[in-house]
Design a protein around this ligand. Sequence first.
Ligand code: FAD
Length: 377
Amino acid sequence: MDCDILIIGAGIIGAALAAELSLRRYRVVVLEAGLPGAATSAAGMGHLVVLDDNPAELALARDGVTRWQSCQDRLPTNVEYRTCGTLWLARTREEMLEAERKHTFYRAINLPSQLLTAAALYATEPHLAPGLAGALLRPDEAVIYPPTAVTWLLAQAQSRGTAVLSRQRVIDIAPNRVRTAEGRIWHAEQIVVAAGNVSPHLLPGLPMQPRKGQLVITERYPDYVRHQLVALDYLQSAHSNTANSVAFNVQPRATGQLLIGSSRSFDDTGTQVDWPLISRMLTTAFSYLPGLAELQAIRTWTGFRPATPDKLPLLGRWPVAESIWLATGHEGLGITTALSSAALLADLIDGQPSQIDPAPYCPSRFVPASTQRKEMA
Ligand SMILES: Cc1cc2nc3c(=O)[nH]c(=O)nc-3n(C[C@H](O)[C@H](O)[C@H](O)COP(=O)(O)OP(=O)(O)OC[C@H]3O[C@@H](n4cnc5c(N)ncnc54)[C@H](O)[C@@H]3O)c2cc1C
């Protein structure tokens, strides 16, 4: 065998896994088709946020945020970890009732949260449009710059002997064996597919779909906003299955730039910017932060969230072959959940109990029993 564990893909998920598995003394090799961290992980916002649409999403996101918090003192400055907190903005009385419901729920599960009246909200974020009802503050949430986080995670793995090989595209997987485009065969005790949106090309039948997103970034306007600002109706966009949606989401970067999001589209698989959708996204953003319209935008880009039908990742053994594992399908939360996903999968590979129940993320939830019985050749 060339190694104990071979990881396909060096995005945030493959990188976090390499760091975790090398810490557990496995001999790890990472094969990356392009450059580490340059695919979806370079396109995201880097908001470390607890979403709670269902208990499984909450468990993984909460554990992920906690793990990032606990390593913040070790992160290099270029990872730009900043505890700016999240402000969930309520526009109407109904949305404020939702903020209150969330606040009660968070208190019950010991997550820090605070309700802000409209006056308190405008005192801390004076550029917001008048007329908002208030907000819910999650003070301990943070932002990072994902590409440098990938570099940091891989550097930890490399310092423990992991080989990270760029421009090595895997084109074929079989039990204990993969083949690259250059024709090299690698043998490994275990193989982990962490190839993001490309995972279904490697394992046909994986129920995943790329979900396009678009972001805009401005010139530097330090302290224009202080928190990650998110409309409470963002969750409807994140969890909907409609073709196109936009929601207000603005992040203050460490550089002073403002990162403006976001959109979600299922039917558009092209990498080009969808200008009508950007226009819808910005119109929504201006309705919350009217002054944004006067600021200078310098760049816009697209990225694809690797989505599963239930928006939960695939973490666990691929039921069709004993030695193949999945760590993919993280949709819009993969930066947040990278460290928790890595710990969970490493526990499964180790055969150890995990802090989080792995059942909701188990790939077998989508694989028909008939397929599971047919072992891969
Ligand atoms: C617009 C947008 C905003 C987002 N905002 C946030 C946010 O604020 N917070 C958050 O938590 N998440 C966010 N996300 C989601 C997050 O970015 C993703 O969930 C995460 O990056 C997925 O990481 P990954 O490692 O699975 O995929 P990727 O980063 O795509 O990594 C997969 C890697 O596998 C490699 N690969 C593919 N095929 C092969 C092959 N055949 N052989 C070898 N290597 C291969 C690729 O080159 C790539 O480097 C956002 C995403 C988008 C698009």
